[in-house]
Design a protein around this ligand. Structure first.
Ligand code: FAD
Ligand code: MG
Length: 338
């Protein structure tokens, strides 16, 4: 059993000779260590400090609105509503709506109704087990994003269906935190929300932010470095949360909603790079479930993002939009997707 506490991507911050003042906050939220760094903007020395305080408050409030482990959260109330229509907060509504959009585009590879299966495998409790096929089949009857209905500010779940926004909530948190920073005039910042990296502007020295892509086979190494500016870089990987079963096999936390089992298709990790943090997070999870071929097809069809796929046999596939900004630092074989 291993619970990763490392971010999927490490931040490489260079030291510039003359830089605006740096402000940093660390927090533990959504079961993840988060680190927020912002530099003062032109409006003065208080801009970054005030922005970070507001961003931290927002993330903590969002956790209270969304967490399935807090009985009074909007999501817990919805999960125990026995089919009744519930008014939810604007954050929960926005995340659920984005999840439905991506579910429909990915033929259900992303499906937030998979929650009872995630729980059955023990990923929410830490009591890991390999469920019997019969149990999985039983739980799968209540899985399906079509069982979620959104009307105005309200959401209803079909009886027996429960949801968890863990696959995309950190991406949403990152997007909103970046908006808060911008309102305060911050033009240079880097936020690491546990595998969700948000790069605001450039480094204070005027060069691009450098984000290292973790090596799925060795948590202290990385495969390469991405140069990014005003982008979200979100990674999902089989190596992030997993346990080893009594049968000696490894079981990870991203469930294929068609089988009820951890996805096994030759993909080990997916990094999505784009301008919409929520979608990047949703897609990193969905593309891992879809596998190499379907992920490439999806990118060719929608293409408003870039991606980096790492296969079990250590091949690296990079879309052409980021191939120039990616430097390989490992022995992986790289190919460019066009
Ligand atoms: P991602 O790939 O982004 O998401 C994977 C997660 O999404 C899985 O862990 C599972 O929960 C869910 N999932 C799996 N397969 C699918 C699928 N096909 N479609 C949709 N969703 C899927 N974890 C704890 O252990 N304890 C906590 O107290 C806790 N509190 C949290 C509170 C909040 C508000 C949120 C949003 C999450 C919380 N988490 C908690 C979960 C945790 O932060 C992350 O969700 C988890 O680490 C996975 O995120 P990821 O970025 O690694 O992977
Ligand atoms: Mg995700």
């Amino acid at each position: 059993m291993k619970k990763a506490v490392f971010a999927a991507a490490l931040l490489l911050c260079g030291c510039a000779a003359k830089t605006p003042e740096k402000h940093t906050r660390e927090l533990f939220a959504m079961d993840t260590y988060m680190s927020l760094t912002a530099y003062d903007g032109e409006s003065g020395s208080e801009s970054a400090e005030a922005a970070l305080s507001e961003a931290v408050d927002f993330i903590n409030a969002l956790e209270r609105e969304l967490s399935v482990t807090l009985s009074e959260s909007d999501i817990s109330v919805l999960n125990s509503a026995s089919g009744e229509r519930i008014t939810v907060g604007s954050d929960a509504l926005s995340i659920i709506s984005t999840s439905l959009e991506i579910s429909s585009q990915t033929d259900g590879a992303l499906d937030i109704t998979v929650y009872p299966l995630v729980r059955e495998w023990g990923f929410t409790t830490g009591e890991y087990r390999i469920p019997e096929d019969e149990v999985l089949q039983d739980l799968l009857q209540n899985v399906g994003y079509g069982r979620i209905s959104v009307e105005g500010q309200t959401v209803a779940l079909a009886e027996g269906t429960e949801i968890d926004l863990g696959a995309l909530a950190k991406g949403y948190a990152g997007s909103r935190a970046v908006e808060i920073l911008r309102v305060h005039g911050v033009t240079s910042a880097i936020l690491d929300l546990g595998g969700n990296v948000c790069a605001v502007g450039k480094k204070p020295d005027g060069t691009a932010w450098r984000v290292a892509v973790a090596d799925p086979d060795n948590s202290s190494e990385y495969l390469g470095i991405l140069d990014v500016e005003d982008k979200f870089v979100v990674t999902s990987g089989k190596y992030e949360r997993y346990f080893t079963g009594d049968d000696g096999k490894r079981y990870h936390h991203i469930i294929d909603p068609k089988t009820g089992k951890p996805s096994e298709n030759g993909l080990n990790a997916v990094t999505v790079i784009g301008t919409d943090g929520t979608k990047c997070d949703a897609l990193s999870t969905a593309l891992l479930v879809m596998g190499e071929e379907r992920a490439v097809q999806y990118w060719r069809e929608y293409g408003d993002f870039d991606m980096l796929l790492v296969t079990d046999d250590r091949r690296l596939l990079v879309t052409d939009g980021i191939s120039d900004g990616f430097r390989l630092t490992s022995d992986c074989q790289v190919s460019v997707i066009e």
